[in-house]
Write a protein that binds this ligand. Structure first.
Ligand code: M6R
Length: 364
């Protein structure tokens, strides 16, 4: 049931406030991060890990990459993130000191399932973050952390991306806490900020008209470049994937600092550049990439936070509410989802069932 929305994707985009409330429910009571009700891992076991591998495909891989960028500040293990179809064929040095986390909305993605089998044979402790607790992946792991996002029907993942970021960050912080690595002040700061996110998500979704008018302005563009640094790099990748997937417009994402190593040659009036640049310690660096882009006449759309002063001569600015720097992906991704949706709508594409794609990829 589309609940009055023209497409499941739009319905699912708009559900993200309540999806986050559910993802946080029972995991952030009284400003503490606590997953003991569902995850029986002991502090002794948690202290045995030296390595964490986050493994997934597509949008789930980008959610895992956001989590990696956030958690590496707190969790004192070597955190790696990999695409399942690469990981499964690699000669891994993982073993009993490894916690391997498989991120899959459907729990049925074949490459992710095979990646799980590969590392399990080496003795790793395995966890699934999934929306499908009875799926193949959920059945084969040691522990399951549920997304509780509700069924997602649109082929383009939206609300499960949000739920995945939330549960991966919470689970990783909980692990850091069990290992004695999470300072109490950070736990409180992040738990409080996460509890404010559902409302801020809803505020951000109100920006839909601004985003729609930008999608119209660039309705004839054939290519887009998406840029971001740190936690915003995977957000840029997710924005580019959404646009390719449902509107069939070519979009490429780059770590902003890599632009001068090649893609800068592409820049001209015909190539709109979407820059994800919220207030964080990398903002100044990203704004210098905006300068380089504008100097080459490429139109720029900036997705930033409300506390960042306006940048001159850009084609569009989208300002999301402020939050902790680590948590900005929960808000900056929303205009990118809406941008892809509106672009696909303009082009008359089949939004919920894009060509050549299936909701779960059970082939190699
Ligand atoms: O079910 P999974 O999370 O394992 O699926 C992974 C990808 O196939 C999936 O995220 C795909 O990239 C989506 N269509 C993205 O919108």
């Amino acid at each position: 049931d589309k609940a009055g929305y023209p497409h499941f994707m739009l319905k699912e985009i708009n559900e993200q406030g309540s999806v986050l409330r559910r993802a946080l429910f029972g995991r952030t009571a009284s400003d503490l991060i606590d997953l003991s009700g569902e995850w029986g891992i002991t502090p002794e076991k948690a202290k045995t890990f030296k390595r964490m591998d986050l493994v997934a495909c597509g949008t789930s891989f980008y959610a895992a990459t956001v989590a990696q960028r956030v958690l590496e500040k707190y969790l004192k293990v070597d955190i790696r993130v990999d695409i399942a179809s690469e990981y499964r064929y690699r000669p891994l040095r993982a073993g009993g000191d490894t916690i391997a986390v498989f991120v899959s909305q459907s729990g049925e993605t074949l490459d992710t399932l095979e990646a799980l089998r590969h590392v399990k044979e080496l003795g790793a402790y395995t966890v699934a973050a999934t929306n499908a607790p009875n799926s193949s992946i959920a059945r084969e792991v040691d522990d399951v952390i549920r997304l509780n996002a509700g069924i997602e029907i649109g082929v383009a993942a939206t609300k499960t991306f949000t739920a995945q970021m939330a549960v991966l960050i919470l689970a990783g912080l909980y692990l850091a806490k069990l290992r004695g690595e999470l300072p109490g002040a950070d736990e409180k700061r992040l738990a409080e900020a996460m509890k404010d996110l559902p409302y801020k998500v809803e505020q951000t979704l109100l920006l839909k008209d601004v985003v729609r008018s930008l999608a119209r302005k660039f309705g004839a563009a054939r290519d887009f470049l998406f840029l971001g640094r740190g936690v915003s790099y995977p957000v840029a990748m997710e924005g580019a994937l959404k646009l390719k997937e449902i509107s069939y417009v070519h979009a490429e994402a780059y770590a902003a600092g890599e632009m001068k190593h090649g893609p800068i040659a592409l820049l001209d009036e015909e190539l709109p550049v979407v820059v994800v640049a919220p207030a964080d310690e990398l903002l100044e660096k990203t704004l210098s990439n905006v300068e380089e882009t504008r100097a080459r006449k490429a139109p720029v759309i900036i997705v930033t936070t409300e506390n960042v002063p306006d940048v001159n001569d850009v084609s569009g600015t989208i300002k999301v509410p402020m939050t902790e720097a680590e948590l900005t992906p929960f808000l900056t991704v929303l205009p990118l989802q809406i941008f892809a949706y509106e672009s696909a709508l303009l082009r008359g594409c089949d939004i919920d069932q894009p060509r050549n794609l299936a909701k779960s990829v059970t082939v190699e």
